[in-house]
Design a protein around this ligand. Structure first.
Ligand SMILES: [Zn+2]
Length: 146
């Protein structure tokens, strides 16, 4: 994550469920493949109501780090996406990134970064997708594909 994360993203409390359309999961999987061997990353746009995050669309963002160990969202693309999202009355409900060769479990780098970016994290790993959020430690969030 870049360090200019909006205050609007902070302090939503625990999200209990992340709902995401199959089509968006397919797009993330395609990003995973297309960016191999590097990690791919992007934003999940939608709404959060009653502790349920509804992802309406995903938006790939360039990983400026280009490594297979971590990611950093291109700051300009992030800023543009944030502006566009605000304009449309939507929220950035979370970030996604891929683990092309490892499981969908937060790496040590992920854990450190999550603590400073308390929004939903979706990880697409070699073994499928999982979601997490930092709330005094890492909590798993139920993912519902529809
Ligand atoms: Zn990771």
């Amino acid at each position: 994550m870049s360090h200019n994360t909006s205050p609007a993203l902070i302090g939503r409390g625990v999200c209990q469920e992340l709902r995401i359309p199959h089509t968006e999961v397919d797009l993330i999987q395609a990003e995973l493949e297309a960016n191999k061997p590097y990690e791919a990353c992007g934003l999940m746009i939608g709404t959060i109501n009653d502790f349920i995050a509804n992802v309406e669309k995903t938006l790939p963002i360039t990983n400026v780090k280009r490594t297979n160990r971590s990611f950093e969202l291109d700051p300009q693309q992030f800023y543009n996406a944030w502006n566009e999202t605000e304009k449309n009355g939507k929220e950035i409900v979370g970030v996604y990134h891929t683990h092309p060769v490892s499981r969908a479990i937060p790496s040590p780098w992920d854990r450190e970064t999550m603590e400073n970016a308390p929004l939903l994290w979706l990880i697409a790993g070699a073994d499928g997708i999982r979601a997490y959020i930092w709330e005094d430690g890492i909590k798993a969030v139920e993912v519902t594909e529809y």
